[in-house]
Design a protein. Structure first.
Length: 270
């Protein structure tokens, strides 16, 4: 059983919902990432989504695009991201880590080479934004052979056919994008999210995480009532962006914000 499966099983037994923060590796500076990962775990994160910086992050809004630009200026590569995960694993052997990014860096490295290196570093899952399930026939088996869960996105306009296709090949959890558009662009409609999550559950037995549009404790709590996991990205990364010139402050502000989300989620599900 993968670390992701174990974590979601434990949460389910305890009646809790997962909090999954996203940060871009190497932002604002390379040395901040691993300490921030540990601080997020100490503040209530159940799974960490670590962004692999990419030059053309088409699914992301301006906040995460800027984070990718900062990380690329810091010369962060996929190999360096894997090294960060390996460093994180020296102290934390239990918290699942999911790499989130785009297919190009993985293709450049090669599926097999990447999967082996990621598994050795301690990665648990991979979410490649621009890899649709219809084109993942080669990708998924290679990831699975190295114990890596392949995680897929679902959108508000996903059809039942697409849901069934994802159900056949996805592992770990399914990431539901709460609205059409890029990250951080809109405020979410929790009633609409609840309806769509209920539809997804008819076809998908994996845990369902909801992301995009979760800005504060109130929205996190609302989503946690209908989903298995709350994914928070732009709201965290925007705080990092505000403290680019004072990186030490990132290690204080981001964990504090996560604590607020954790408390709200737990209260909503108590």
């Amino acid at each position: 059983m993968s670390r992701l499966s174990k974590r979601f099983d434990a949460l389910r037994v305890n009646g809790r919902k997962a909090l999954i923060p996203y940060i871009t590796a190497g932002d604002p500076l390379p040395w901040v990432t691993v300490p921030l990962m540990h601080a997020m775990v100490n503040s209530g994160a159940d799974v960490i989504e670590l962004g692999v910086p990419f030059s053309d992050p088409m699914a992301d809004g301006p906040v995460i695009q800027a984070a990718c630009e900062r990380a690329l200026k810091n010369k962060i590569t996929l190999k360096k991201v894997l090294a960060m995960v390996a460093e994180f694993r020296q102290k934390d052997h239990n918290t699942p880590v999911v790499l989130m990014g785009y297919l190009n860096p993985v293709e450049v490295m090669g599926y097999e080479t990447f999967a082996k290196a990621a598994a050795e570093a301690g990665v648990d899952g991979v979410l490649t934004v621009d890899m649709p399930p219809e084109e993942a026939q080669e990708f998924v088996p290679i990831m699975r052979s190295h114990g890596l869960d392949s995680i897929f996105l679902m959108a508000p306009n996903s059809t039942p056919e697409r849901m069934r296709k994802v159900a056949e090949i996805a592992q770990g959890f399914v990431y539901y994008v709460s609205f059409k558009g890029v990250t951080g662009a809109n405020s979410l409609d929790t009633t609409e999210v609840a309806t769509k999550v209920a539809e997804l559950r008819k076809h998908i037995s994996l845990p369902i995480g909801v992301g995009f549009g979760i800005r504060d404790a109130q929205s996190a709590a609302a989503v946690s009532r209908v989903a298995d996991a709350v994914v928070v990205g732009s709201a965290l990364v925007s705080r990092i962006g505000e403290d680019v010139k004072v990186p030490d402050r990132v290690l204080v502000r981001v964990p504090q914000f996560l604590k607020e989300l954790r408390m709200a989620i737990d209260k909503a599900n108590s």
